[in-house]
Design a protein around this ligand. Sequence first.
Ligand code: ZN
Length: 267
Amino acid sequence: MMVVESEAVVLCAQDYGESDRIVTFFSVEWGLVRAMAKGARRSRKRFVHAFEPNSVVQVGLRQRRALSWVESCRLVEGHLALRSDPLRWAYAGLLVETTLRLNPENLPNPTYYVLLRSGLARLGTDRDPANVAALFLVRAMRILGALPSLEGCCQCGPTMAEASLWRLSLATGRFSCGAHSAADKEGIDLDKGAVALLQAMLQAPLEKIWRFRLRKRAVHGLIKAVCAWVEDHTGQSLKSRRLLHRMETGPEIPAPSPTSAALVVSP
Ligand SMILES: [Zn+2]
């Protein structure tokens, strides 16, 4: 069988037997894919720093029987800025873990790949990693078809100008104006400004969504809502979510600054 190459993000790697590793990638070519890296633990020379989580690599896979085998793996981008900051690293873990949970194996999704790659890159540089994570999760839900339309109330139609408060419920798949939101108790409340910003973000090209800035309350509400939906949907809790919660409530991370007064879209 011939070797096929693809760019990919390393999601995780686990030891297998005495000398091998099983590596999970999200790739352009195959989407989520697991592959055996023969001898990866014994010979460091063959795959130099290639299986670190969150790294972008150029990987060559050979299909043999039911398994994929890593024939080559070359580091393209190691995201050093992420590795030196525990909070950014934890948010990167959230991007990676939701990607693992939500994508079926061997189903290519190049749009999702672009989102993941640019989201990880932005996490290393943006002044607000939580905002990056919230934008990523909302856009990922849209790409995967799990986000209801935000164009208007699911009951009274497109009356965006008339209502100032809206509720988004991922569990029921409903987006409603304040008058029709009573049924969606677990939903997240969004004001008109946040809804307008999300609408614009969902229309923007993937590489350009990171300039949108949500208010702190919306950021944390959206992250919480998407994480709860992922946990419900898959029946598995998100380790990265628990880690982030500990980091943000623990003594080592300073309390977040007061909510900024305005929504900002920087040029
Ligand atoms: Zn309504």
